[in-house]
Write a protein that binds this ligand. Sequence first.
Ligand code: FMN
Length: 504
Amino acid sequence: MAPLLTGQEVAKHNTRESCWIIVHGNVYDVTEFLDDHPGGSKIILKYAGKDATAEYEPIHPPDAITANLPKEKHLGPVDLSTVAKVEVRITDEEKARLKNVEARPPLSEILNLHDFEAIARQVMTKNAWAYYSSAADDEITNRENHAAYHRIWFRPRVMRDVTTVDFSTHILGHPTKMPIYITAAALGKLGHPDGELNLTKAAAKHGVIQMIPTLASCAFDEMVDAAVPGQVQFYQLYVNKDRNITKKLVQHAEARGIKGLFITVDAPQLGRREKDMRMKFTDDEPHAQKGDAGVDRSQGAARAISTFIDPGLSWKDLDWFRSITRMPLILKGVQCWEDALEAYDRGLAGVVLSNHGGRQLDFARSGIEVLVEVTRELKARRGLSFPNEKFQLFVDGGVRRATDVIKAVALGATAVGIGRPFLYAFSSYGYEGVDHALNILHEEFTMNMRLIGARNLGEIVPEMVDASNIGSHIVSVPGDELYNSNYVDMQHAKLRKAPSAAKL
Ligand SMILES: Cc1cc2nc3c(=O)[nH]c(=O)nc-3n(C[C@H](O)[C@H](O)[C@H](O)COP(=O)(O)O)c2cc1C
């Protein structure tokens, strides 16, 4: 066996002309890869000759480097005892954050999904919070996604013996204990070292389906390997300009047992998420550098990782998808009835009415509003009724309560995707957080099914909701101050006193 490389040897290769880095105890010669790195060369050069694992980990699947670098550039393991530690300066801000982590309330004090967000805001790193919470432009659509549910009210039925209620159903023919699924969100390890695996585990325990993202921080195979026998997973696909790469991903997903392919169609270019972008204006990285292979890192984590997405994707590509896979195809990000109808006419298995959590086109309407027009027009034009097994409608964006989901089901959705709440749950509490979030939803479902008078999802019918105001786009203005000043805000779960502070 060749002798281990030493840290001193690696440290000599710290220039653009010869650039070695260490990731997970192995040395890689990335000199020729610098200009092909989707996140730009500058970030790699910052770690030239050093251990880059901590920076690499949250934003790449573990196999990204081995898969993208030719074998001869894998230089072998390094003796980690000889590698100088990359100095981490703990700022006052970071100290305050760590205190907040210590002061998290126990999960028993987390009463709803909003609570996770309130705690996450205080315990996540600034970068992670910015990436997860940000949305496009003025974030109007982001807020509208949730607000739209406030324009739908219930018409409950009574006297129906609701001793037992059952809210299980099927998505694309696969059972789920609740009419929800965990939707795809990139970069899980920004929030927690176990990243998306927290979701895989919790989905198994609760009998719900996880949609695995193309841009997960965990390796695809890790998430499939972590699933329990029979656990159903879907795959979210960003279509690569290089169709061979896409073909490989899709066929690998199918071979590993993935049950549905959700092709994201609302992101030919990633939206400008300004909170995320502002995170890049740090002292050591004041602006994008010339010669950084055209990648402007001031655009935030999202843009840096997404330059491969093909803006040329079109309806014509669907035949090609059919030629490479037998998985059901669903378009994720449909935003009007015309495109839903086209998807139906072209024989797809369904559509997700979504605006990507408000992260793409600002002033895109909420999925729940689009649902109302899609069911109306597909009924009028093709005689369809919903929920419909052959062509399933899904909605995501702004869902925070079981009542939101029940409204969507009443209006014809098969199931609803939930994104940020689960990210905030694992960012604040790891796996237990996601477990608790799903318990909360379960309890909310049981209670609200009883209160609306439905024993199963089939009994949740359009007549149980009044959605007549769904299209009223009320612009919220800062103030009816007389009203607002009388209103006492609801309170979120609160941090506890940090133990150290309590002793003083
Ligand atoms: C941090 C974050 C990352 C996301 N990453 C992806 C992605 O990689 N692919 C995708 O199709 N949608 C992605 N989405 C959109 C979600 O799948 C979903 O449409 C949205 O989060 C739903 O809104 P909600 O977060 O209010 O539940 C992401 C959303 C968030 C918040």
